[in-house]
Design a protein around this ligand. Structure first.
Ligand code: BGC
Length: 260
């Protein structure tokens, strides 16, 4: 293991992706490997996928893993877009035992936010910065002066009587076959609502759709904060997971692997 590399895994609605991360550059050290997220995405099935991704690289060392739900002290508390049997499981221990490696587990949007604040669109930004990932769900990461307030779950704010992510995620765009224009209108309303509550200086828009930012960001008007696309795009979760694993390793809070 290169001393500056740590492995990152991103568990998403459609794929489980991972790679060793070069933490000095905030970039993947090798091309990432991806397996499809099993359906139903039960802990057992997802754990198999995570193991395949890590074994693909023959990795041994600390691993950071993202999860698309609330994670407190390694326990997965919610599961909006994965199997409900994740709720209240000690997922960090499950993953660590399966891999035989020390594991750090955190929310997927928080991981993406950590990476963007150090290496992407939030670099050097102070004040309140909010990263929103638009994908199967909507994830959020809230920072003040670079410090993360974890597990904010702003995707589940209520908007016009609906869970906001059901209305403004890219899944909603696909399921309802919305035009860019129509969908951007929904995203604008959502951003206006979040802005009313938090008055951030900057919104960073992440998720796979950030690659197509030119199709919808110019349609979003009337938001006082600056609105910019994420820069690390689909790799932000992997990079942020590895960064969190490094912090946990130096703080001594990673879940150590049990002796075989
Ligand atoms: C979950 C969040 C997650 C987001 C993006 C939401 O449904 O509640 O925890 O960050 O989806 O995956």
């Amino acid at each position: 293991m290169n001393a500056t590399n740590i492995f990152g895994v991103d568990i998403g609605g459609s794929g489980i992706k991972g790679a060793p991360v070069d933490l000095e550059r905030g970039a993947l050290a090798e091309e990432r490997h991806k397996v499809l997220t099993p359906h139903p995405a039960t802990p057992e099935a997802v754990l198999d996928g995570v193991r395949q991704v890590v074994e693909h690289f023959g990795w041994s060392g600390p691993v950071g893993v993202t999860f698309p739900g609330v994670v407190v002290d390694g326990v997965t508390r919610t599961a909006a877009n994965v199997d409900k049997s994740w709720i209240d499981r000690d997922a960090r221990s499950l993953i660590s035992d399966r891999l035989g490696l020390p594991v750090t587990l955190l929310n997927d949007a928080d991981a993406a936010g950590i990476a963007e604040m150090s290496f992407g669109a939030g670099r050097g930004r102070t004040g309140t910065v909010i990263l929103l990932t638009l994908g199967t769900g909507i994830g959020s990461a809230v920072f003040t002066d670079g410090r993360l307030l974890p597990n904010t779950e702003l995707g589940h704010l209520e908007l016009h009587g609906h869970d906001a992510e059901k209305h403004a995620s890219t899944k909603a765009k696909e399921d309802e076959e919305l035009s860019w224009h129509h969908w951007a209108h929904r995203v604008r309303k959502y951003l206006a609502h979040v802005e009313m509550l938090f008055s951030p200086e900057l919104f960073v828009i992440g998720g796979g759709v950030s690659r197509k930012a030119d199709k919808f960001l110019p349609l979003i008007e009337g938001i006082k904060a600056e609105v910019v696309p994420a820069e690390l795009q689909n790799n932000a979760g992997i990079v942020g997971a590895a960064m969190a694993a490094r912090s946990a390793a130096s703080a001594g809070t990673a879940r150590p692997a049990r002796p075989a």
